[in-house]
Design a protein around this ligand. Structure first.
Ligand code: BGC
Length: 786
């Protein structure tokens, strides 16, 4: 039977049930028609397959799997073929562990360095993020499983992530926040997409017609499954109407009942045809996954080697005074810092992998031709392993600052008394401030290296491998230098993206703000020289020579700008890149083609992608601030009408967007800005908003949550459950309770919070029994026992 035939045989009750999850990780099955459940699993840099009782934050252990470097790390390789190799390995592990859909990669834009999940995301640049994500998708899907890029879209903060509205102008939305997803879908062929928790311009991502229907399905031609983030569904009927296919994780049958009611009663909010349309990709997937052979297992050692290769090729050398690195054989080293014995190699939250094994520096150092002493004074060099603590990089919480913890810097400063030759090896999945850089003679930034990180960085330290990574994000001198500093930390529900397109280097470069390390920066043990740029309609050609005495790799970057423009524009934007391996003394001719994204901008006049008429500047170099070659090309425009008079948007014209006025942003937004809701709590408010609830019990619950949260910060270990619940809205209670709680009951809980204790309690108790009866009846019908 093909998918359409199966659908014709389903009852409405079966259809409605198929559109939400059966348990934490599986969709529903319909055995009488041979429809199997689809099994989802995290995660983006390693499988987190839970057997037995599942919980989405990994409180119960998962099966051992390879922990590859996180996305933030691998993005520094600028090597899509490496991403594809990791993807293929992830795909193999997915099949081996009976997983059909791998929930990754994560590709939200790094708008602020404080986002707690930056370590899971590739970049501040959509082209780099998109190309890397598409590569992962191709790799994963080559193994007959689906990849699920996430979180679609504009999900760039953890605090109140499930109860906030991203307010972003259309052009910025398209060019900055959606382009990476577009590439993952069109070039990667992603078959699943995860809708984000937040609202985008006033509508939940999961019921946002503009995002899910107009753009994802119609413009990009996506024909796969949209799955909600865990607990992200708000109005299930509205979601299904927008062809969101599976509501996860386990709302019981309450959502299915809502759907049936909407299809059969009243004004008919949804038709059965719309429901059929939403089921089709689920049935197609269930048929596709049926043939997977889950008995094969995977080669642990081979995957460990891929994890190591990825870590080696993604590490970034940021400083190397007097070429202290690589170390010569026989050098005496002293190992110091918190990560010598206990590496920080991945982040916390739903992406956390139970690694097959984890290397440590202490144990790996014995494999190298180095002498080790405990006395920093007797050592030729001190190797200092430091970086961000676990609590700083976790799902569910943003960072408080971009500082490396004080206690580590104290240790570093103390070491300088004994030895001036200190080499820092840093572990952190996001940018940090570096006022301490002067204490280090060299700095190798491994990011979050995955399980094979220790031997990977030691290979680079001794020169067995050459560093080839470059930063996929900018490193500001201070958080206050960021364009978003006045907009990103608000307590308000409406999170205004007032900086427009000027995030990361687009801001620093345009507004001329000095940075510690620019986007695209990274040193090598060799040097390169660029020459002979030629520009044609098809793209650019140039030559790179390896002028040092070691074979190495250079990541050449092509940026495009338009200095004379009637549009808001960053000075230059990345439009292509290539990592080229070049032997010592040799030259290589490099070609970077133009593509559909090289010159386009999104016009809110035509509601389409257009090209502005005139001359464009082409910049080629080793990072955004280090341009070696420039050229130009003239393009014929596709439209003359401009969306605004740029003179009326002075901050955006200059890129100096740190203090944009409400009125100026409103002009760019081209619609009245949404007002903050006032009044009593509602079902979509976050539990942390119970702080000021009328009900004393709710204020107490808030205090307990806050207390637990503070304690976990004191300990430096994230309390994932509390972090999740703290930011979760009331409505998520019914989406995640396996059918115990219905939406009606949640409405009653909110009544309690608003001070109507007895009315609310009555509703909760009555609702509990009504819900249990309705669930029982539905289950009986589904199992054909009634
Ligand atoms: C995260 C997703 C993850 C899901 C399932 C959510 O909290 O935002 O990235 O895939 O949980 O674990």
């Amino acid at each position: 039977m093909d998918a359409k035939e199966i659908i014709s045989k389903l009852t409405l009750m079966e259809k409605a049930a198929l559109l939400s999850g059966k348990n934490e990780w599986e969709s529903r099955d319909i055995p009488r028609l041979g429809i199997q459940s689809i099994t989802f699993s995290d995660g983006p840099h390693g499988l987190r397959r839970q057997e037995g009782a599942g919980d989405h934050l990994g409180l119960n252990a998962s099966l051992p799997a390879t922990c590859f470097p996180t996305a933030a790390t691998v993005a520094n390789s600028w090597d899509p073929s490496l991403g594809e190799e990791i993807g293929a390995a992830l795909g193999e592990e997915a099949v081996a562990q009976n997983v059909d859909v791998l929930l990754g990669p994560g590709l939200n834009m790094k708008r602020s360095p404080l986002c707690g999940r930056n370590f899971e995301y590739f970049s501040e640049d959509p082209i780099l993020a998109g190309k890397m994500a598409a590569a992962y998708v191709r790799g994963i899907q080559s193994k007959h499983v689906y990849s699920c890029p996430k979180h679609f879209a504009v999900n760039s903060r953890e605090y109140r992530r499930m109860a906030m509205n991203a307010v972003v102008d259309e052009r910025t939305l398209r060019e900055i926040y959606l382009t990476a997803f577009e590439i993952a879908v069109k070039e990667g062929g992603a078959k699943t997409i995860m809708s984000a928790y937040n609202e985008v311009n006033g509508q939940y991502a999961n019921e946002n017609k503009h995002l899910l229907v107009d753009i994802l399905r119609e413009e990009w031609g996506f024909d796969g499954i949209v799955v909600t983030d865990w607990g992200a569904s708000n109005d299930h009927v509205a979601g299904v109407k927008c062809q969101s296919n599976v509501e996860m994780p386990n709302p019981g049958l309450d959502s299915a009942r809502e759907l049936i009611k909407a299809a059969t009663e009243g004004e008919g909010r949804i038709t059965e045809e719309e429901i059929d349309k939403a089921i089709l990709p689920i049935i197609e997937a269930a048929i596709y996954f049926k043939e997977n052979d889950h008995t094969k297992g995977f080669d642990k050692e081979a995957h460990h080697a891929i994890a190591k290769k990825a870590a080696v090729n993604s590490a970034v050398l940021l400083k190397n005074d007097e070429d202290i690195l690589p170390l010569k054989a026989g050098t005496t080293v002293c190992l110091r810092g918190p990560f010598v014995d206990k590496p920080r190699y991945q982040g916390s939250g739903s992406s956390q992998v139970n690694s097959t094994k984890v290397e440590t520096i202490r144990e790996q150092i014995a494999n190298y031709d180095l002498n080790v002493t405990d006395d920093p004074e007797k050592a030729d060099v001190v190797l200092f392993f430091f970086g961000l603590d676990e609590i700083a990089e976790s799902e569910g919480a943003d960072r408080m600052s971009i500082d490396v913890p004080e206690y580590q810097i104290k240790e570093l400063e103390e070491l300088t008394v004994y030895n001036k030759h200190i080499i820092g090896v840093m572990s952190a999945g996001s940018s940090v401030k570096m006022p301490w850089l002067g204490n280090l003679q060299a700095l190798l930034h491994g990011y979050l290296t995955g399980q094979a990180g220790a031997s990977a960085v030691l290979d680079i330290i001794v020169g067995k491998e050459i560093p080839t990574g470059k930063l996929s994000e900018s490193y500001p001198f201070a958080y206050t230098d960021c364009s978003i500093v006045n907009y990103a930390n608000t307590d308000k529900r409406n999170l205004q993206y007032r900086e427009g397109p000027f995030i990361g280097y687009r801001y620093y470069d345009t507004a001329d703000v000095a940075v510690q390390f620019p986007f695209g920066y990274g040193l090598s043990y060799t040097t390169f020289e660029y020459s002979a740029l030629s520009v044609s309609e098809e793209g650019i050609k140039f030559t790179i020579k390896n002028t040092g005495n070691r074979d190495g790799a250079e990541i050449a970057q092509m940026y495009i700008g338009k200095s004379e423009s009637g549009l808001i524009r960053p000075k230059k934007e990345l439009k292509g890149f290539k990592k080229v391996w070049i032997k010592a003394g040799e030259s290589v001719d490099v070609e970077i083609p133009f593509d559909d994204k090289s010159f386009r901008y999104f016009s809110t006049v035509s509601n389409n992608w257009e090209i502005e008429d005139g001359e464009y500047q082409i910049y080629v170099g080793g990072n955004v601030r280090d341009i070696e070659l420039t050229g130009r090309i003239t393009k014929k425009g596709t439209i003359t009408e401009l969306p605004y008079d740029i003179e009326s948007l002075p901050s955006y014209k200059t890129g100096k967007v740190r203090n944009v006025h409400y009125e100026e942003f409103e002009k760019l937004y081209a619609a009245p800005l949404p007002e903050e809701k006032v009044g009593p709590l509602d079902i979509n408010d976050a539990l942390c908003q119970m702080k000021d609830a009328k009900s004393g019990i709710c204020r107490l619950v808030y205090k307990v949550l806050k207390n637990n949260l503070d304690k976990s910060y004191e300990k430096g270990v994230p309390d994932l459950n509390t972090m999740f619940i703290y930011n979760m809205p009331f409505r998520a209670i019914c989406k995640m309770s396996g059918g115990m709680v219905s939406r009606d009951m949640v409405e009653s809980i909110v009544k309690i919070a608003n001070g109507h204790f007895f009315r609310g309690l009555g509703g909760v108790i009555g609702g509990f029994f009504r819900n249990a009866r309705a669930n029982k009846k539905y289950e009986a019908r589904l199992n054909h026992k009634e």
